[in-house]
Design a protein around this ligand. Structure first.
Ligand code: SF4
Ligand code: SF4
Length: 628
């Protein structure tokens, strides 16, 4: 490729200037990345894209002819609606399991901390602990913090496989929303139970009714959003503190030329937060200096990065598509991963440089990496050991192959639901008044990933800019929040890009028009925000002038998030088509039929500008129904 071609290709792949710079380096050096592997996979299978193939049993794989040919049934007799709905439930359950199992680990560490076994952990947000304990009917007066925490952790853990058929946190939804769930039979009963039942229904010869399958998909997603994910968020806050607004920096320029760079990547803050604490050890700092470095530079990646950013202000190097690019700067001594969204080929990328990759979870091993098992009882020792190994790797850095972009972008993050409410004076009334007056038209949650089907971050940034221009407040989590951070939208000055009404509110409060609410599991914060506003207004979530969007999603977790949004009453637009277009029945139910149940639905629109039109139209529809 000529220099000009390389430049054009980098601009085609990513929106951010620092990403483009390092993509050019990978193309120059012949280092394979996600975009190259995507190109090599073309053309991708059309049956798979439509969702009409099934590999569930040894009589298959089967595929249905989407053009109405002879193969209209699988060997077992399953029709296209069953196969498409079953595949969707399968994907969604994987996503719900990923969030909820992450949540379980956090609750377990809370339990072990309360019992005195968690090395280096402590309960940071006692007030939140008491609030949650009260929700669970646990006595708090005159009791020791650890005793309360133990009862709470056991209470939440019990809900994973409960026989009481109720998830306490789901009680936070407004009565009108819960009534819909009860009437439709999708009130989540427990977290593990819904996922296990989904697996059962998917088995050959069980559930063949696509409506029944999709209703269970909704119930399973609710057990994630109002169960597993919410447990992850709440217990992480109890252990590490509920986020409050702070400023930091983002993009690949957060890596340091002079310090030992450690990238903390994945989703769960349990080990990475410990690394943040241990990195303050003066002995480690001295050791880094002895190796010729000017200190230790910790940066976050993906949702682990979001967790660290919003609680500790740790700089955020980037999102899902930045994991290889960070390594390709040639300046990363260690990448520490827990699980989810880690490329399995990351050791191959690291092998092109001096980077050491550490896997830390017994459920997330990758061959070619250094495995340092994380357990709550050895968390501090493991963190110490990993940092030490990273420091020892510093002299192996080849300065001739290092390229670190200039100019990190400033971000403001840490907008938990509690913080937003506090900033408004302890009640949502000022926000509701602004919405009623039309100063703010409504609110949209933009969430989700990167996907090579779309230029990295283009969907997130374009949609967010368009919505704020139309006086629609944007809240974000996951890689979407990182994309807008890199684009300079997470700072109060971005109010200049917003419509007059929204801009005036942002300037008054000193906040950005796009609020960073955390990691993927923190989409549960968006649910609580919506629930509390709805309760103050005396309506259901489905009545609010709000919406959701996932312009660049890739993950099964995003399917679960989108479905719990819709099931809770939030109209949601997907930028990447889900694999359901092989069944018009499934498609119609999700894009239309579900409206009659939750007053919300899915839409698919790859163009972010048209997505803004759809969301604005939905907000106007809801405003009209509310008479505002
Ligand atoms: S479950 Fe039915 S459709 Fe699926 S592979 Fe087996 S026989 Fe084929
Ligand atoms: S938004 Fe998507 S890609 Fe990003 S960390 Fe979350 S699940 Fe992974």
């Amino acid at each position: 490729m000529t220099d000009q071609e390389i430049r054009a290709e980098a601009e085609r792949r990513a929106s951010d200037r620092t990403d483009q710079e390092i993509i050019r380096k990978t193309l120059d050096e012949g280092v394979q990345t996600v975009w190259d592997r995507f190109a090599l996979q073309q053309p991708q299978c059309g049956f798979g894209q439509l969702g009409v193939c099934c590999n569930n049993c040894a009589m298959g794989p089967c595929r249905i002819d989407p053009f109405g040919g002879k193969t209209s049934l699988g060997v077992c007799g399953a029709n296209v609606d069953t196969i498409v709905a079953r595949n969707l439930l399968d994907d969604l359950s994987v996503g719900a399991a990923a969030h909820s199992d992450h949540g379980r680990e956090v609750v377990q560490v809370l339990l072990e901390t309360a019992e005195g076994h968690g090395q280096g952990y402590q309960i940071k947000d006692v007030e939140k602990l008491h609030r949650l304990a009260t929700e669970y009917g646990i006595q708090t007066d005159g009791r020791a913090t650890n005793d309360i925490a133990k009862d709470l952790a056991l209470g939440i853990l019990e809900e994973y496989g409960t026989i009481k058929n109720r998830i306490q946190l789901a009680e936070r939804a407004p009565e009108q929303t819960k009534e819909i769930w009860r009437k439709t039979g999708i009130m989540p009963r427990s977290i593990d139970r819904e996922i296990v039942e989904a697996m059962h229904r998917i088995h050959m010869g069980v559930d063949a009714d696509y409506v029944n399958l999709l209703l269970h998909a909704m119930r399973t997603s609710l057990s994630d959003g109002w169960g597993g994910s919410m447990a992850a968020t709440e217990c992480s806050d109890i252990l590490f503190g509920t986020p409050t607004p702070l400023t930091s920096i983002t993009n690949l320029a957060t890596l340091s030329r002079e310090k030992v760079n450690i990238v903390l990547h994945g989703h769960n803050p349990l080990l990475s937060q410990m690394i943040v604490n241990v990195a303050e050890d003066p002995d480690l700092k001295r050791m880094a200096e002895e190796k010729g470095a000017k200190g230790i530079n910790l940066v976050g990646m993906c949702c682990t990065g979001n967790e660290l950013l919003m609680r500790s202000g740790i700089p955020l190097a980037g999102s899902f598509f930045d994991q290889e690019l960070a390594i390709a700067t040639g300046a990363v001594e260690a990448m520490v991963v827990d699980y989810q969204c880690i490329y399995h080929s990351i050791p191959l990328t690291a092998g092109c440089y001096h980077t050491k990759v550490f896997t830390t979870s017994t459920k997330g091993k990758i061959s070619g990496t250094i495995y340092k098992e994380f357990k709550p009882e050895n968390a501090r020792d493991t963190a110490h050991e990993i940092i030490k190994l990273a420091i020892e790797n510093f002299p192996n850095r080849n300065p001739d192959r290092v390229r670190i972009p200039e100019r990190p972008m400033k971000v403001m993050a840490g907008f938990s639901e509690e913080t937003i409410r506090k900033a408004l004076g302890g009640t949502y009334k000022p926000l509701i008044d602004a919405i009623v007056a039309g100063t703010i038209r409504g609110c949209v949650g933009i969430v989700g990933c990167n996907n090579p089907r779309i230029k990295q971050d283009y969907g997130h940034i374009t949609l967010a800019k368009e919505l704020i221009k139309r006086n629609i407040l944007v809240v974000e989590t996951g890689c979407s929040a990182i994309a807008c951070g890199k684009a300079g939208l997470l700072v109060p000055e971005a109010a200049d890009l917003a419509g007059e009404g929204l801009a005036s509110v942002c300037r008054l409060l000193g906040i950005p028009p796009v609020l960073h609410m955390g990691s993927c599991v923190d989409c549960s914060r968006i649910l609580v925000l919506a629930a509390n506003i709805a309760k103050e207004l005396g309506v259901g979530i489905g009545d609010l002038p709000i919406g959701g969007a996932a312009p660049e999603w890739y993950s099964q977790k995003a399917i679960s998030i989108g479905t719990y949004f819709v099931s809770s009453g939030v109209y949601t637009v997907l930028g990447i088509p889900p694999k359901i277009f092989g069944s018009s029945n499934v498609l119609n139910l999700l894009a239309d039929g579900v409206k009659g149940i939750t007053n919300s639905a899915f839409a698919v629109e790859p163009d972010p500008l048209k997505t803004a039109d759809l969301l604005e139209a939905e907000i106007n529809r809801k405003r009209k129904a509310l008479n505002i």
